[in-house]
Design a protein around this ligand. Structure first.
Ligand SMILES: Nc1ncnc2c1ncn2[C@@H]1O[C@H](COP(=O)(O)OP(=O)(O)OP(=O)(O)O)[C@@H](O)[C@H]1O
Length: 382
C-alpha cells in the first residue's frame, strides 16, 4: 500500500514524460517526490485511524458484553439479617460435607473435601494449615464468592444462598492479602469502606489510626488528598501551555506519582476495613493474612485493634504465624490438603499431638533454639 502510494504518481509522470517529452520539466521531479510523500503520509494516517477506530469499537463491545455475563452465584430472597435485633449478633455458620472445586481447575482434586464444622455467633476462629490446604478457599465460600460444589453452608439457621447477595455482603468485612489500592486519593481509598461517610475526614482519620496509616498520611504534604496513582486525564492536552493556570496546576498535581511501600499499602487497606466497621452493619469479619509486608509491631497492633471490634461480630483469621492469635481463639481449624484434620482450642489441639501441634512446635523451636556462639577466629596463623 505504502509503495503504491509513493510510486504511482512517479510512474504516471514518467510514462507521461516519455510520451510527451516537450511538456515535461526536470523541476517537476522534486514537486512530484514531495507530493507523493504527502499522499503516502495521508494513507498512513488514514490506516492508523481505521485501526484505532476498530480497536475502540472492540473495547466498547467487550464492555457491553460484561453486562450479559450471568453471575454463577445465585441471588437469594431473604433479607440479611433475618431478624432485626437491637444489638447486632455475629454470624453463625454450620458447614456439612462441604466440597468445592474451582470452575477453572484442571486437577481432579477438589480444593475443599467434605468439610463439616460449626462456628458459633461471636466466636473468634483461627484457620491454620500449609500452603494450598484450602484456607482462603473456605473464606471465599463463607463470603459467597463461590457456592460449594456439594454440601451445605447454613448461616444463622438458613442456607447461605437464600439471602439477598447485597444484604449479605454488606454485613461482611474482608481483609485479605491482595491489597488493592485504587487510583483515587488516600482519604477516598480509606473512606470507600463506608461510602455514606466517604467525606468524613474525622472518621477517616480515626480508621487510619486503627489501621496504622496515620504516619503514612502525615508524610505527604496534601495528607488525605494525596493522589496515589497518576490520572491519565491530561491525555491530549498540552499542559505546558497552561502550567500557570489553575487547570494546569491541578493536572500537574494529579500526574505526580506518589510511592507507598507494600507495608504502607497494607496499612491503608486495613484502615478501609476499620472504616467499614463504622457502618454498624458488619457481623462477620474475615481476615486472610493481611500483614505479610508489615513490621512485627504494626502487625501486632493491627490484630489487637481488630480484636477490639469483636463485640457483635464473628471473626475468622487465616494465619501462618501462630503467636498471639491462636491463644486468643475460641476455635482453631487446622487444614491439610483440602480437608479439616483437627479442630478445637489451642490446649485441646496441643494435647492431641497431631498436625496443629507439629506446625506449632516448628515455629516455637525457631524461637527457643539456643543462639549459636559466634565462630572463634583462629588468628595464630595471621
Ligand atoms: N482461582 C483458583 N483457581 C483454581 N485453583 C485455585 C484457585 N485458587 C486456589 N486454587 C487452588 O485451590 C487449592 C487451595 O488454595 P487456597 O488458596 O485456598 O490455599 P491456602 O491454604 O489459602 O494457601 P496459602 O497458605 O498459600 O494462602 C490450591 O491447590 C490452589 O492451587
Amino acid at each position: 500500500m505504502h509503495s503504491i502510494a509513493d510510486d504511482l504518481p512517479m510512474i504516471y509522470y514518467a510514462t507521461y514524460s516519455i510520451l510527451n517529452p516537450s511538456k515535461f520539466s526536470i523541476a517537476s521531479i522534486a514537486t512530484l517526490q514531495q507530493s507523493s510523500a504527502l499522499i503516502r503520509g495521508s494513507f498512513d494516517y488514514m490506516q492508523w485511524l481505521v485501526q484505532r477506530f476498530r480497536s475502540h469499537i472492540l473495547e466498547v463491545k467487550r464492555l457491553y458484553a460484561l453486562e450479559q455475563i450471568e453471575p454463577t452465584v445465585k441471588e437469594g430472597v431473604l433479607p440479611y439479617p433475618p431478624q432485626e435485633s437491637e444489638k447486632p449478633r455475629g454470624m453463625s455458620f454450620d458447614l456439612k460435607d462441604v466440597s468445592f472445586s474451582y470452575p477453572t481447575t484442571k486437577t481432579k482434586e477438589p480444593a475443599l473435601k467434605d468439610i463439616s464444622c460449626s462456628i458459633k455467633s461471636g466466636q473468634m476462629v483461627v484457620i491454620v494449615g500449609a500452603n494450598g490446604s484450602g484456607k482462603s478457599t473456605l473464606i471465599k465460600l463463607l463470603n459467597r464468592l463461590y457456592d460449594p460444589t456439594s454440601g451445605t453452608i447454613m448461616v444463622d439457621g438458613n442456607e447461605i444462598s437464600s439471602y439477598r447477595l447485597e444484604d449479605y455482603r454488606s454485613s461482611v468485612a474482608t481483609l485479605t492479602q491482595d491489597h488493592t489500592i485504587f487510583g483515587i486519593n488516600i482519604g477516598e481509598n480509606i473512606g470507600l469502606g463506608h461510602t455514606d461517610r466517604v467525606d468524613d475526614e474525622a472518621l477517616i482519620m480515626k480508621a487510619a489510626g486503627q489501621g496504622g496509616a496515620t504516619e503514612v498520611i502525615k508524610k505527604f504534604k496534601d495528607g488525605l488528598a494525596t493522589s496515589l496513582r497518576p490520572y491519565n486525564s491530561a491525555y491530549g492536552v498540552h499542559v505546558s501551555e497552561y502550567e500557570d493556570t489553575p487547570l494546569g496546576r491541578a493536572l500537574k498535581k494529579m500526574e505526580k506519582t506518589v510511592t507507598v511501600s507494600g507495608g504502607e499499602k497494607q496499612r491503608i487497606v486495613a484502615s478501609r476495613t476499620f472504616m467499614r466497621f463504622e457502618s454498624g452493619r458488619i457481623t462477620f469479619v474475615a481476615v486472610d493474612e493481611p500483614s505479610s509486608a508489615m513490621d512485627p509491631e504494626a502487625e501486632f497492633q493491627l490484630f489487637k485493634n481488630l480484636r477490639s471490634w469483636r463485640d457483635g461480630k464473628t471473626m475468622i483469621f487465616v494465619t501462618h504465624r501462630f503467636g498471639h492469635l491462636t491463644k486468643h481463639a475460641d476455635l482453631i481449624l487446622c487444614m491439610k490438603e483440602g480437608t479439616l484434620v483437627e479442630s478445637g482450642t489451642h490446649e485441646q489441639l496441643m494435647t492431641l499431638a497431631g498436625e496443629y501441634s507439629k506446625l506449632y512446635k516448628i515455629q516455637a523451636e525457631a524461637f527457643e533454639a539456643p543462639v549459636p556462639e559466634p565462630a572463634k577466629i583462629d588468628d595464630s596463623a595471621i
